[in-house]
Design a protein around this ligand. Structure first.
Ligand SMILES: Cc1cc2nc3c(=O)[nH]c(=O)nc-3n(C[C@H](O)[C@H](O)[C@H](O)COP(=O)(O)O)c2cc1C
Length: 506
């Protein structure tokens, strides 16, 4: 199945884990722009929501729509706790992902991705997208299949080179078996590094073919865009061009890593994407990283972009999954001009630079980081490596140093590495509780440099704003043009959208 495209002007960027949840994506898509749920760690997020008693009954509603009933019920029966677990009780551990993950975990990925997309699609007919990090490879196939069962219309992927995802989408749309090559450090010819997912092993009845979502690759260089077009095993539908001021992980600077006085990576001329060359590729593209304002949106359109992808502005709005205490504290810092974002070259076990908002009581502070026992129990960012006996092992540079070294990891890789998995779960109100409440995992918020600009979405007497405020402000008429030039027409919600920024045929 395919469809005629009409492309969004604003893409609300995928923000993992659980920051761009179904509520945020639904709010954005309802207004006719593209809401994108984060597909990162949704298995973990679903089971934690269920152990918290499924407030609002949203997970139950999503599970009820899942086509293969028994799979959904197994999950409900295993994880749902009526009224929620006690504050001192730990969340149940899931097995870590591995090339041959247990069926239970694969089912969870299928169902959790289905639920998130289903809920984001509720109450409107507009497209919804899902975002993944290429580096988190193992859950890709089952996650994509779950999202596609729910009718996801866009798949956006960055943090890696997703050459083989387009072909996977083609196969999964027809419920055909799909494979993905796991990157294994030290792998040798003849090693089996292929992950395979067979939809019919999970289906309890035949279904018609699924929509093949559009695939948008997130790139930070012309070379990567060209490589994807030349070498991908299927259709690439467009690009998100993301610069180094964007929140989340950033592409490392080209060439040898150099740091400024504060210890942040220095980006230079070579890191700037040549938009003329990009335009020549003939595909729609969106600009990301500091494009959260009407002026920047107009600038992007003038550059030939279809629109912009915005993260930071949406991360702090009312509908985002970020926990309320962190959200309010950072909004207040932004309003008072005290917000600080540090591009940390070491924090992420992926070794990509990771933007961290400074906030008291979070792992962004040295003492909080130092007080955390190094534990690796979620394992989404592990590196697969070849062990001495030729099997595949998994290590994370943020796990206990002695364990990492025993797996052949280098000591220098462990310095200042942070457990993003646990911190990101804490950011969205699902901190793991250890030792009967003795230790509760602390969060660490990522944000783009635009954090200092978010006060523009609020009135002077409020520290709260909605996704609709962000969209309305981004689409505000150009004060340099009069109304007749802007072709103002009424649109969804109570905002008048200029016609030049409405959806258009691609
Ligand atoms: C809190 C947060 C989490 C993010 N997580 C992801 C992610 O999981 N995957 C991804 O591709 N991009 C991620 N991003 C990047 C956004 O999708 C988007 O491209 C970026 O925020 C745009 O730049 P801006 O922050 O200046 O608006 C994240 C950004 C933020 C602010």
């Amino acid at each position: 199945m395919s469809r005629v495209n009409s492309y969004p002007i604003i893409i609300q960027g995928g923000m993992g884990a659980g920051i761009s949840n179904w509520e945020l994506a639904r709010a954005v898509s309802r207004l006719g722009q593209l809401g994108v749920v984060s597909g990162t760690a949704l298995d973990q997020i679903l089971v934690r929501r269920l152990q918290d008693g499924d407030p609002g009954g949203h997970m139950r509603r999503g599970l009820d729509r899942f086509p293969f009933r028994k799979m959904a019920e197994r999950i409900w029966e295993t994880y749902y706790i009526p009224g929620g677990k006690s504050e001192k009780q730990s969340y149940k551990s899931l097995p870590k992902h591995s090339k041959d993950s247990p069926r239970e975990l694969i089912e969870l990925c299928v169902v959790a991705n289905f639920v998130e997309v289903t809920l984001a699609r509720e109450g409107h007919d507009n497209p919804v997208g899902i975002n993944y990090l290429e580096k988190i490879q193992i859950p890709h196939l089952s996650s994509l299949y779950g999202a596609m069962l729910a009718g996801v219309e866009y798949v956006l992927m960055g943090a890696g080179i997703p050459l083989k995802i387009p072909g996977v989408l083609d196969r999964l749309a027809n419920h055909e078996p799909a494979s993905y090559q796991l990157q294994v450090t030290g792998a040798q010819d003849g090693d089996d590094t292929t992950i395979t997912f067979v939809p019919r092993d999970f289906m309890d009845r035949e279904l018609p073919p699924l929509l093949r979502p559009d695939f948008l690759a997130i790139v930070a260089s012309n070379t990567l865009a060209v490589t994807l077009l030349k070498k991908a095993n299927g259709r690439v539908d467009g690009f998100i061009v993301e610069g180094p001021t964007a929140g989340g992980h950033n592409a490392p600077p080209r060439g040898k890593l150099q740091l400024n006085e504060a210890g942040e990576p220095i980006y230079g001329e070579r890191d700037i994407v040549d938009l003329e060359k990009l335009r020549q590729l003939g595909l729609p593209f969106w600009l990301a990283g500091g494009y959260g304002s009407a002026e920047k949106l107009r600038e992007a359109l003038a550059e030939g972009a279809t629109g912009v992808q915005v993260g930071t502005a949406f991360a702090f709005c009312a509908e985002s999954g970020l926990r309320e205490d962190y959200k309010q504290a950072l909004v207040k810092k932004a309003i008072s001009g005290k917000a600080k974002v540090f591009t940390d070259p070491l924090a992420s076990p992926t070794s990509f630079p990771f933007k961290v908002a400074k906030l008291e009581g979070t792992v962004s502070e040295r003492e909080v980081y130092a007080a955390r026992p190094r534990i690796c129990d979620l394992g989404y960012l592990t590196e697969a490596y070849r062990t001495a006996d030729g099997t595949i092992g998994y290590r994370c540079a943020a796990e206990p140093v002695s364990v990492y070294l025993s797996k052949g990891g280098k000591e220098e890789n462990t310095v200042d590495r942070k457990c993003l998995c646990n911190a990101l779960m804490s950011n969205i109100r699902f901190p793991q509780v250890r030792g009967g409440g003795g230790y509760v995992e602390k969060g660490m918020v990522t944000s783009g440099d635009d954090l200092s600009e978010i006060s523009s979405f609020m009135s002077s007497d409020s520290s709260v704003y909605n996704a609709a405020d962000v969209i309305a402000i981004l689409l505000a008429p150009d004060p340099a043009l009069d109304a007749s030039d802007q072709g103002l027409i009424p649109c969804t919600g109570n905002t008048a959208f200029p016609s030049h920024v409405l959806q258009r045929e691609g």
